[in-house]
Design a protein around this ligand. Structure first.
Ligand SMILES: Cc1cc2nc3c(=O)[nH]c(=O)nc-3n(C[C@H](O)[C@H](O)[C@H](O)COP(=O)(O)OP(=O)(O)OC[C@H]3O[C@@H](n4cnc5c(N)ncnc54)[C@H](O)[C@@H]3O)c2cc1C
Ligand SMILES: NC(=O)C1=CN([C@@H]2O[C@H](COP(=O)(O)OP(=O)(O)OC[C@H]3O[C@@H](n4cnc5c(N)ncnc54)[C@H](OP(=O)(O)O)[C@@H]3O)[C@@H](O)[C@H]2O)C=CC1
Ligand SMILES: O=C(O)C(=O)Cc1c[nH]c2ccccc12
Length: 429
């Protein structure tokens, strides 16, 4: 598994861990601190702005929505229809297509931040956040690019660092001997430089499928590793989004039934995909997404390339050697490059010093819709395994909850100011 690491020197780590003689800057924040300037953090910011609640957003990157701007390939499009990807209070422009491109989505997020006048503090990587019982406040320590340490002190802490904060890089025997041409899918932009090359794509989630498809478009020869099972669904069924159909059916039918219907439709439209080596999991696609967070593949063309043999399906990996990979079935393949489409994980456990609300995997322990509010002013946004629509639902609840407390306190403050000035006005001098 990968290790989340901050670019700290040992001296800095020491300074960050010393409670008593902290030497950096200390900032008392009036209102909440939001960690993460992705869609979730921006949506909470917008909700707070509308209620007049001040806040600070911190992000380790140098821009908003860094996942979208820095860690995605050029050809990426949203794969859920537009109405499921809009953030609260500000719709997509009317000319956006049903499935906006990543560039359209990023430009929408830029306008979103501008509209709600959200100005995150960039290059601030949160190293630790912990609740100080003695003063009833959260202490958030960050490290900036130039190494300076800042402590933010606040009453409310909103965790919006995402389900995909860190790449997962599994360990494989011999991979270090393979050579330089190994990258994670988060660093893949385009297949331009892969023309005529044999590329091993490890993983068959949406990333593995779409990277393999992009490689085909650039006349490379991808082999995609399917070590266990995968649900592939058509992106649309009879012209209607499969996701939307699933959501509509869930209002009337139990999830098991909806899954059965989706699988019958997938079988009719896609045929038997198991014969290509794409074994289906025992649990249905929506149930699997809900319970294990494993997203079904919404096919945008990779399946056709698998059928035609342009994308080869290969089994799990045994080991690598120079220019070669050996699979669990003993077969050996010569390859030029490896792309690890092996997924992502949350990084919350590496910096949040708390173990009641968040699990060891860095997700709220209470399942949707109850995982947005913890104790002592702790909130989580964007950990519902329901994509952008789940993040928006969380953001509305969190900003309203904080806004309500904020307004009550302002009212109380105003009342006590009024009482004090009334008393003062009665004084004879
Ligand atoms: C390739 C890809 C495509 C996707 N497509 C879709 C889609 O079409 N539809 C959909 O609904 N969902 C999609 N998703 C899911 C996606 O995660 C969400 O859509 C969305 O980006 C979640 O927003 P977020 O703000 O919660 O997290 P993120 O977008 O990941 O933002 C989190 C932010 O937190 C910052 N951060 C993390 N750790 C720290 C730290 N320690 N200190 C400071 N800052 C930190 C990061 O820099 C980042 O900017 C996709 C995911 C991927 C990887
Ligand atoms: N167009 C879009 O909107 C896109 C959306 N996304 C989203 O981004 C998120 C992340 O997707 P993705 O990056 O595909 O990650 P996923 O977690 O969905 O998939 C990871 C894949 O890697 C495999 N894997 C992990 N470790 C190994 C190993 N040691 N050996 C072999 N295979 C391994 C997994 O197999 P196993 O199941 O056996 O563990 C799985 O097939 C998802 O929510 C996805 O929907 C991604 C791309 C495009
Ligand atoms: O693309 C993603 O990562 C998403 O999380 C979007 C999403 C949420 N729930 C789903 C169910 C089926 C397919 C995609 C999603």
């Amino acid at each position: 598994m990968n290790q989340y690491c901050n670019p700290c020197s040992p001296l800095m780590v020491h300074a960050l861990e010393q409670e008593d003689f902290f030497t950096g800057r200390c900032i008392l924040v009036n209102g909440p601190v939001i960690i993460g300037a992705g869609p979730s953090g921006l949506a909470v910011g917008a909700g707070l702005k509308q209620q007049g609640v001040p806040f600070v957003i911190l992000d380790r990157a140098n821009c908003i929505a860094s996942l979208w701007q820095n860690k995605t390939y050029d050809r990426l499009k949203l794969h859920l229809p537009r109405q499921f990807c809009e953030l609260p209070y500000f719709p997509f422009p009317e000319n956006f297509p049903e499935y906006p491109t990543k560039y359209q989505f990023i430009s929408y997020l830029e306008s979103y931040a501008k509209k709600f006048e959200i100005n995150p503090r960039f290059n601030e990587s949160v190293h630790t956040a912990k609740y100080d019982e003695t003063c009833g406040l959260w202490r958030v320590k960050t490290v900036s690019k130039n190494g300076s340490i800042t402590e933010y002190i606040c009453r409310w802490l909103v965790v919006a660092t995402g389900e995909n904060a860190e790449k997962v890089v599994p360990e494989f025997e011999g991979l270090q001997d393979f050579g330089e041409h190994v990258m994670h899918a988060c660093d893949y932009k385009t297949g331009e430089t892969y023309e005529g090359k044999n590329v091993l794509v490890v993983g068959c989630g949406n990333s593995g499928m779409e990277v393999s498809l992009d490689l085909c478009h650039h006349n490379a020869s991808p082999s995609m590793v399917v070590r266990s099972s995968v649900h592939v669904l058509p992106r649309e069924i009879l012209g209607k989004s499969t996701f939307e159909l699933g959501v509509s059916m869930m209002k009337w039918l139990p999830i098991e039934m909806v899954d059965k219907i989706l699988l019958v439709a997938a079988r009719l439209l896609l045929g038997n995909i198991e014969k290509y080596g794409l074994k289906r999991p025992c649990i249905g696609p929506l149930q699997l997404k809900n319970t294990e967070g494993k997203t079904p593949v919404l096919d945008i063309g990779a399946l056709q390339k698998i059928r035609s043999g342009d994308i080869k399906i290969v089994p799990g990996i045994k080991k690598f050697s120079q220019g070669k990979v050996e699979f669990v079935n003993g077969e050996i393949l010569e390859i030029d490059s490896v792309i690890l489409a092996t997924g992502y994980c949350s990084n919350v456990p590496s910096w949040l010093k708390e173990n009641e609300f968040f699990s060891r995997e860095g997700f709220p322990k209470s399942p949707f819709p109850n995982g947005w509010k913890g104790k002592a002013g702790l909130y989580a946004v964007g950990f519902t395994r329901k994509g952008l629509s789940g993040a928006s639902l969380d953001a509305i609840k969190v900003s309203q909850d904080i806004g309500k407390i904020w307004k009550e306190e302002i009212k109380q403050k105003n009342q006590s100011v009024a009482v004090a000035s009334h008393r003062r006005s009665k004084l004879p001098f």
